[in-house]
Design a binder for this molecule. Structure first.
Ligand SMILES: Nc1ncnc2c1ncn2[C@@H]1O[C@H](COP(=O)(O)OP(=O)(O)OP(=O)(O)O)[C@@H](O)[C@H]1O
Ligand SMILES: [Mg+2]
Length: 251
């Protein structure tokens, strides 16, 4: 098992020191090479779950394991790509992509070559000298993906990476994510509000429910690739899972 969440609880305290148990005895297994998509309503704890896997938060109870080892802090094995890209505005594309390697004290020539490889992979070659303010949202997202990939993580954690993008850009980036995943076979945990996006991308989909504070349902997605969101099989599955999402909320 690549990622194992064992009976995770996460308690936050409000400003008035009231306890709120966001995750409640959540258990989840994510397999090596999975493209696991997590959907759920706002506030159900999806970002919290990613931060726990990233080692940026610690569970109140329970354990997060990667390759059977307890996650106690962030490591190069797993990287989290935030929704707002977190690019450095004073650095151009090339230097933003090299940033993680610089922190790791990789020599400049190696840094450059690695960055160039991933800039090409995400289709940003020719834009190396541009600054974030000169890029569209979709391009910024690609820079963030390229930067994460340079670190050669085993697990990519992505928190609603495309939610701010227009439909056309979003669908193009979804196709590219599938291509990247097919090429690199990384384990991906991808959070989205959008069930259609999850079914387009995922090998498995997990449904988070805020009432229970856990993943109430996981479903293996067997739709053949390339997937078409309008197809009959796609729509049927989407309708069936939508009911499960709605069912959770109605309680
Ligand atoms: N550091 C924190 N301190 C207190 N409460 C927090 C903290 N982080 C998250 N929460 C609360 O935990 C709950 C779950 O938050 P989380 O951000 O994980 O939800 P989410 O599913 O990612 O929501 P969204 O879809 O809106 O991004 C929310 O009620 C939020 O207010
Ligand atoms: Mg969130």
């Amino acid at each position: 098992m690549k990622v194992k969440l064992r009976e995770i609880s996460k308690v936050f305290y409000s400003e008035k020191s009231e306890e709120k148990e966001v995750l409640q005895r959540l258990s989840l297994d994510i397999y090596e090479g999975d493209f696991f998509c997590l959907v759920g309503t706002s506030g159900s704890g999806k970002s919290t779950l990613l931060k726990l896997i990233a080692g940026l938060e610690r569970p109140t109870r329970g354990e997060v394991l990667i390759d059977d080892q307890l996650v106690e802090r962030p490591s190069a094995k797993q990287v989290l790509i935030f929704q707002d890209y977190a690019l450095l505005p004073w650095r151009n594309v090339q230097d933003n992509v090299e940033f993680g390697l610089e922190i790791q004290k990789i020599p400049p020539a190696k840094r450059r070559a690695t960055a160039e490889k991933y800039i090409r992979l995400v289709g940003l070659n020719g834009h190396e000298g541009k600054y974030p303010r000169e890029l569209s949202g979709g391009m910024c997202q690609r820079v963030a993906v390229a930067r994460a990939l340079t670190l050669n993580p085993e697990i990519l954690l992505m928190d609603e990476p495309f939610s701010a993008l227009d439909t056309i850009t979003r669908e193009r980036l979804e196709e590219e994510m599938v291509r990247l995943w097919e090429l690199e076979r990384k384990t991906i945990v991808f959070v989205t509000h959008d069930l259609r996006e999850a079914l387009f991308l995922g090998t498995r989909v997990g449904i988070m429910d805020s009432t229970y504070g856990r993943v109430v349902e996981t479903e293996k997605i067997e739709l053949p690739r390339p997937r078409r969101s309008g197809s009959a099989a796609f729509t049927a599955l989407q309708d069936r899972l939508k009911q499960k999402l709605a069912w959770g909320r109605a309680i």
